[in-house]
Design a protein around this ligand. Structure first.
Ligand SMILES: NC(=O)C1=CN([C@@H]2O[C@H](COP(=O)(O)OP(=O)(O)OC[C@H]3O[C@@H](n4cnc5c(N)ncnc54)[C@H](O)[C@@H]3O)[C@@H](O)[C@H]2O)C=CC1
Ligand code: BAL
Length: 499
């Protein structure tokens, strides 16, 4: 965790920031070939922060050409893993040296609180890069148990040129989840940040170059989904895309791949994640704190947010009393004020979407206010299990409470969703906890806590929440490496040859 500064210190950093505005390709910043730009806006104030290069197909083609050149000549892909490790650790150190600048940039661009940027996003970004860097010179290739007359090697090779298409909710951390293993493996990358939040990816690309990542290896192309994301997804010379974002856009990437070169696609998409609290849950105050954190952390702009509380009726009243008490301790306001825990939603369009759920006819237990980009933590008590706030990913600070009679009903309701990213179960009975964890269809299930695991555990979803690979853990490297078999016949005589 970094030192937390004062609000006026953060304001001073904000005033002095020099914002990167152009795409970063082949080791330098470049405007869009068309010269077009778009505004990036501070959602907490509505002020225009900068005009960012609005790239298109021509810029994508140029970036892919440079990434391919870098990959094929081996300036990075064929360096010894320990050399890539050293460079990536240097990058992590440079990020640490610039931690307050990056935290402020992230907060201004996304509306996230500076407190979260300083205590979660930046430290986890640094840790993620170091973890993958440290790993890469410790992964061994394998030799298969073939006959004595043969040696069969199973090698891991970097996949090649990778498109990394990012969301706006954790701009830096999602960048790290993907560039960490991709660069460690030796791939060249073209990062496409969400158009709402381009700034920190550009700055990290610049720092990576300074750390020694060769030109052409780490490129960032800014612009919209249709203008940059789609050409990347359809490009014949991109070997794989790792995507985090909505399920709808994830589906598009499958079409792009099918209609172009069958590039590998990994999707980390949405969620409508249940938190089940059974009657025998222990320490309800602690449970309440986890529920509030799960629902409202990062303004609920989190794919793993616990947006459905499924509570057994015997414990409902007491739990809700404690949840309301905890939620009131989350001050909302200026994201640059380190006292605040709830900042602004990422954009006016997203604010309008979240507000539309508050205007529906549901019983509001708390919150429900939406003004000038900010939405207060809101709790809805809902009986209709097909209501929109129960079914749809809101991606805002809105928790729907559903009441059940027993554990079986709770599990059935938890699984009654198209998604399957994350879930949690709170119970004092270890057998029920483990039976429940097995029965819930989700990529991560936490017991008596809310969380996503950590850098050591693979993260990703079932069903409409995604597939094709995992972020985090050693398993993340499967996305960025391919297996090659090298089969060697050790026999001399023709009649010994096995066909
Ligand atoms: N799983 C997650 O972490 C995220 C989920 N979402 C969900 O998606 C909803 C909508 O948010 P959006 O920003 O619109 O998400 P999105 O899925 O449209 O955007 C994610 C990324 O995909 C790109 N993209 C958008 N349209 C594209 C297209 N046609 N072709 C190629 N790339 C494209 C965007 O520019 C961005 O970089 C949110 O309200 C939330 O429910 C959004 C962001 C992250
Ligand atoms: N919570 C990290 C993954 C995501 O929200 O996209």
């Amino acid at each position: 965790m970094s030192d937390i500064l004062t609000k006026s210190e953060y304001q001073a950093i904000a005033k002095g920031l020099s914002l990167p505005v152009n795409s970063f390709v082949d080791g330098s910043f470049r405007p869009a070939k068309s010269g077009a730009t778009f505004d990036t806006i501070n959602p907490a104030t509505g002020a225009v922060l900068a005009q960012i290069a609005a790239c298109d197909t021509k810029d994508v083609d140029f970036a892919v050409e440079k990434a391919r050149d870098a990959f094929e000549d081996g300036r990075w892909s064929r360096r010894h893993p320990s050399e890539r490790k050293e460079v990536l650790i240097r990058l992590a150190k440079l990020i640490r040296r610039n931690i307050h600048e990056l935290a402020v940039m992230e907060s201004l661009d996304s509306g996230k609180t500076i407190y979260d940027c300083e205590t979660v996003d930046l430290p986890e970004t640094i840790n993620c890069l170091i973890w993958h860097a440290e790993l890469i010179d410790k992964i061994y290739d394998q030799v298969s148990p073939a006959s004595d007359d043969h040696i069969a090697m199973i090698l891991r090779e970097p996949v090649g040129v990778i498109g990394l298409v990012l969301p706006w909710n954790f701009p830096l951390l999602m960048l790290a989840w993907k560039i960490g293993p991709a660069l460690a493996a030796g791939c060249s990358v073209i990062v496409k940040p969400a158009e709402e939040t381009s700034l920190t990816a550009l700055r990290v690309a610049e720092l990576a170059y300074e750390a020694g990542v060769p030109r052409g290896v780490f490129n960032v192309v800014t612009g919209t989904g249709p203008e940059v994301g789609e050409p990347l997804g359809r490009h014949m010379d991109v070997d794989a895309v790792s995507f985090t974002g909505s399920t709808g856009t994830g589906r598009r990437f499958l079409c792009y791949a099918a209609e172009s070169n069958l590039k590998e696609i990994t999707l980390e998409c949405g969620g409508k994640n249940p938190a089940i609290v059974l009657d025998d849950a222990e320490n309800l105050d602690r449970v309440a704190a986890h529920i509030v954190n799960g629902a409202f952390w990062n303004m609920g702009e989190n794919c793993s947010a616990s947006s459905r509380l499924i509570v057994q009726k015997g414990v409902k009243e007491e739990l809700l009393t404690r949840i309301l008490a905890h939620a009131r301790e989350w001050p909302m306001g200026d994201p640059l004020d380190p006292e605040n825990r709830v900042g602004a939603l990422v954009s006016q369009a997203h604010f309008d979407k979240v507000r539309s759920y508050l205007e529906m006819d549901h019983k509001i237990l708390m919150g429900g206010e939406a003004k000038d980009g900010f939405v207060s933590p809101t709790i809805l008590d809902i009986t209709d299990r097909d209501a929109a706030p129960v079914r749809e990913e809101i991606f805002g600070p809105v928790l729907s409470v559903l009441t059940v009679g027993n554990m079986e009903e709770a599990i059935a309701l938890a699984n009654d969703t198209e998604y399957g990213l994350a879930a949690s179960i709170f119970t004092g009975n270890v057998k029920r906890a483990l039976r429940g964890a097995r029965a819930i269809r989700a990529g991560t299930v936490t017991v008596n806590s809310f969380g996503e695991g950590d850098i050591t555990t693979p993260f990703g979803g079932y069903r409409a929440s995604g597939f094709g690979g995992r972020d985090n853990g050693i398993q993340a490297h499967d996305q960025y490496t391919r297996l090659k078999t090298i089969w060697v016949d050790l026999t001399d005589d023709l009649d010994e040859a096995v066909i």
